[in-house]
Design a protein around this ligand. Sequence first.
Ligand SMILES: Cc1cc2nc3c(=O)[nH]c(=O)nc-3n(C[C@H](O)[C@H](O)[C@H](O)COP(=O)(O)OP(=O)(O)OC[C@H]3O[C@@H](n4cnc5c(N)ncnc54)[C@H](O)[C@@H]3O)c2cc1C
Length: 318
Amino acid sequence: MVSKYVTLYSTTHGWSSVEQMSAMLNFTELTRTVAATYLLSQGVGADFIYQFLEALTRANYGQDMDKIHALEGLASLAAGGAVTAVGGNFQIFAAFLDRSNATVHLNTTVTRLQKDRNGWKLDVEDTQAPGNFRTTKSFDAVIVAAPHNSTNISFPSSSAEVCPVPYVHLHVTLFATTSPSPSPAYFNVTDGSSISRSIFTSAEGRRHGGPDPDFNSMGYLQQVSPDREEWVVKIFSKKRIEDDWLEGIFGKGKVGWVLRHEVGVSNLLLPMVDKVAVGCLPRLIAYHELFTNGTRRWSLLRQRLRNVRESFQLAHSR
Ligand SMILES: Cc1cc2nc3c(=O)[nH]c(=O)nc-3n(C[C@H](O)[C@H](O)[C@H](O)COP(=O)(O)OP(=O)(O)OC[C@H]3O[C@@H](n4cnc5c(N)ncnc54)[C@H](O)[C@@H]3O)c2cc1C
């Protein structure tokens, strides 16, 4: 999969749509199938999928193997050999901007986009200027490179409707602890047992009627300094992690500073049909019904939707 993906960087290909590119990479079927269903069909064991691989999709995307589409499920397994630029990856993008000689307007929010005979007009707001200075700027072409639903830009009514993209909301808790590992008692093992400093969870308990795990992943990131018995730990969880809970696992008086952050960590990567996540399909089908009078394309879409639903059922039918 990775070797196919890197062909994207070849200059000999060109695509006029995401679907075309996806088809060239043989990804279309993968984005239409639930990850667990796909892997079961390839002979991978259910326990391996739901107890091991799911730990990775939950850690990377906050999503379970019986929901996430197969392309992203497989992408979760491809993290080997990951590298980072010394000093931070942001430098790559800063260098793109520097070398392009583009004029960069920081702290500038686009509030409205309008089209006229000469091109595009952008209403912008300088958020740092006194009184939030507002102005209108003209451009020949505009590329909106931000999550459409959260830009709060007023788009022209003639522009195509964009289906809302649901995000997975996660809590990130970063804290310092003097405890060298989590408490064995929390994991129901005898005192003195060795507990890993990297812990991942699966949704297997919940699927069999139990509660959701308290967190998706927990990891000791680094020691504060070589001469100090204190570590920085990060937890990703669906719910807010309270101070009491941290002290219960790491020990009373053993938790120092705590930093909490909530993020829309990834869009909900449900199987898609014709670019649209299944949740948006009823709207899309209504649109096609209206504009194509129930032509072949519409029945094709319904068939694909049926296939995706079957894919969900198979993931849950073991
Ligand atoms: C916790 C977390 C961990 C992640 N880990 C990884 C990882 O390990 N590997 C990986 O590949 N990806 C990871 N991602 C995903 C990755 O960060 C995103 O896919 C990537 O940043 C998307 O880039 P983008 O340029 O499309 O959009 P963004 O980075 O979202 O940039 C959009 C920009 O538009 C600006 N903007 C929005 N509205 C307006 C407006 N009205 N006017 C002006 N400007 C506006 C925003 O301020 C922002 O700067 C992670 C994401 C999160 C949240």
